[in-house]
Design a protein around this ligand. Structure first.
Ligand code: ADP
Ligand code: TYD
Length: 230
């Protein structure tokens, strides 16, 4: 198996229904077709980790009470900590590891649950927890898929059924105001370069959704901009 000690870590980020899973799969397919080995890791890993199982129960509304944003952030971070060996193995065996959500999701979503004035502090707290304390790698590039909330909602409702809930919308997806704050947080993180380098990819052009192929191509172009020597 080829070893790529310095695999490029590409995080696909955005709100629910922004098209992340589709884009992540498309990017990996394009890279693999070009002979550049790539794999996708999706977070949360609901069925693989203890943290993921608990999160699935929470998102499906099966837990008896709400948890604080810091407690929730810790569960999501635990899911990644439990996956550290899987991340390392993927990075050792591929040139590019594509994350379908990563640490920035925790920052965007949990900071959307606190007053706006406290959002930056919570984002910094999560980055310290995951990177400094848990030792998780910072991505080489995070791509923010900028999909307007109304389009994203339509896409969510088209989505296949999920492992942790039979509902069409999970607890976060059903909260439209939350999705708007999440988008604001992503824009802030991308502008400030929190958690490393960012590129924003608008999924809408002239009022219509770009094709999955076009979106994947735009992301691969950003990846090559970030790593011009490869
Ligand atoms: N560019 C696109 N054009 C048309 N449909 C799309 C596009 N991207 C995603 N979809 C569809 O929208 C739904 C949500 O996409 P998905 O990639 O699962 O989003 P996310 O992972 O961000 O929640 C899926 O049914 C998917 O097939
Ligand atoms: C990975 C991650 C997700 N989230 C949130 C974003 C989503 O609203 C929710 C579920 O993630 P997601 O995998 O996008 O759910 P789905 O299976 O519906 O695509 O968890 C965090 O708050 N922190 C995290 O670290």
């Amino acid at each position: 198996m080829p070893q790529h000690a310095s695999a490029f870590l590409l995080a696909i980020e955005g709100g629910d229904g922004a098209g992340k899973a589709t884009a992540a799969a498309g990017v990996a397919a394009q890279l693999n077709a070009a002979g550049r080995t790539a794999t996708v890791l999706s977070f949360p890993r609901y069925t693989h980790t203890l943290g993921g199982h608990v999160l699935g129960d929470y998102l499906a509304g099966r837990l008896p009470h709400t948890a604080s944003p810091r407690a929730m952030a810790t569960l999501y971070a635990l899911d990644r900590l439990e996956s550290a060996a899987v991340i390392a193995a993927a990075a050792a065996a591929h040139e590019v590891v594509v994350f379908d959500r990563y640490i920035a999701s925790n920052m965007a979503y949990q900071a959307a649950q606190v007053p706006a004035d406290d959002a930056r502090d919570l984002m910094a707290w999560i980055a310290r927890l995951e990177v400094d304390q848990f030792g998780l790698p910072v991505p080489d590039l995070s791509v923010y898929l900028d999909t307007p909330a109304d389009i994203a909602r339509t896409l969510i409702l088209q989505k296949r059924s999920r492992s942790y809930t039979d509902d069409a919308l999970d607890a976060y997806e059903a909260d439209f105001a939350l999705q708007t704050r999440v988008r604001t947080n992503y824009a802030l993180m991308a502008a400030a370069g929190l958690l490393g380098r960012w590129a924003t990819v608008p999924t809408i052009a002239a009022g219509s959704l770009r094709s999955p192929l076009e979106i994947a191509t735009m992301i691969v172009d950003r990846l090559d901009d970030a790593r011009p020597d490869r």
